[in-house]
Write a protein that binds this ligand. Structure first.
Ligand code: CP
Length: 313
């Protein structure tokens, strides 16, 4: 039967906009690029002549580099702009910066910004595709997609019946917000665990069970995703001390002994070793932290490809 699927989204702002068909199509597309990334020559002409702007107004290693690499491997021209060195330092607004970039006729603008809603703000004003590379506490859709891609590879394409724990600073985490929705959409039973002060308001409405006791939360999990303690986004007084946080919520070998056999360990990075994840756990055979990074290039190739070519038959 003819496959009539077409990617209809101008922008990628959050995983909640995606149907299950969209997610499966995107992950299948990423799988093809993942195989290309394993070849000695990784460049394909798919997006030759297209332009991708990387507008990163907040620090990034993984997301920025992998979007840049993804664009280049597809033969697109990529242009990176940070706040430092741009006219935003002279007070130019985000809106004027984006309209200026759009006047150069790019196909995709990838934006990271510390304000929730920044990607949507641009998407409403620009004709080109806007891809959210992380906005404040709101969403990090490509992180959730690359995490799902990583789990799908290890779980041989079966999500139903799997159980995953997201552990740590849920309140300030766009990674948690995107992952909880995507994993639940894929049929994974999700648990969240954090001290009460690091659980967001309204968490009871998220598609997940909520815990404050790590020993109870980790039991029988097929995957545990640790989150970075986002010290730069926290108000004073949310934690008694970092030492106390680490003593109660740092994922250790002892915790993993009660998880399901072969349970996977994820972390979006950058990691605070010894604070939210023990170093030996981060480097253990069960850790897929670096697989997540490799998946990120393939998933971002798929995201750029689908958005840059969405109007083509
Ligand atoms: N996981 C993630 O977004 O990492 P970077 O901040 O390094 O891009």
């Amino acid at each position: 039967m003819e496959n009539r699927y077409t990617w209809r989204h101008k922008d990628l702002l959050d995983v909640v906009q995606l149907s299950l068909d969209d997610v499966e199509h995107l992950l299948n597309t990423a799988q093809q690029f993942y195989e290309i990334n394993a070849r000695p020559v990784k460049k394909v002409p798919t997006l030759k002549g297209r332009s991708v702007v990387l507008l990163f107004i907040e620090a990034s290693t993984r997301t920025k580099t992998s979007f840049d690499m993804a664009g280049k491997r597809l033969s697109a021209d990529t242009f990176a702009l940070a706040k430092s060195g741009s006219s935003m330092q002279k007070g130019e607004t985000l809106k004027d910066t984006a309209l200026t970039l759009q006047a150069m006729n790019p196909d995709v603008i990838v934006i990271r910004h510390s304000s929730s809603g920044a990607a949507q703000f641009l998407a409403q004003r620009l004709n080109c595709a806007v891809v959210n590379a992380g906005d404040g506490w709101h969403a990090h859709p490509t992180q959730a997609l690359l995490d799902a891609f990583t789990l799908r590879q290890r779980w041989e394409n079966r999500f139903a019946g799997k159980k995953a724990l997201i552990l740590g600073d849920i309140a300030h985490s766009r990674v948690a917000r995107s992952n909880v929705h995507l994993l639940a959409k894929l049929g994974v039973r999700v648990r969240l665990c954090a001290p009460r002060t690091l659980l967001p308001r309204g968490v009871e409405d998220w598609p997940a069970e909520v815990y404050t006791d790590i020993d109870a939360a980790v039991r029988d999990m097929d995957a545990v995703m640790c989150l970075r303690l986002q010290l730069e986004r926290q108000q004073a007084g949310l934690l008694p001390s970092l030492a106390e946080y680490s003593a109660r919520y740092c994922l250790t070998r002892r915790h993993m002994e009660s998880a399901a056999p072969g349970a996977l360990i994820l972390h979006p990075g950058p990691m605070n070793r010894g604070l939210e994840i023990a170093s030996d756990i981060a480097d253990s055979p069960e850790s897929v932290v670096l697989d997540q990074v490799s998946s990120g290039v393939a998933v971002r190739m798929a995201v750029l490809f689908l958005h840059a070519t969405r109007n083509e038959a």
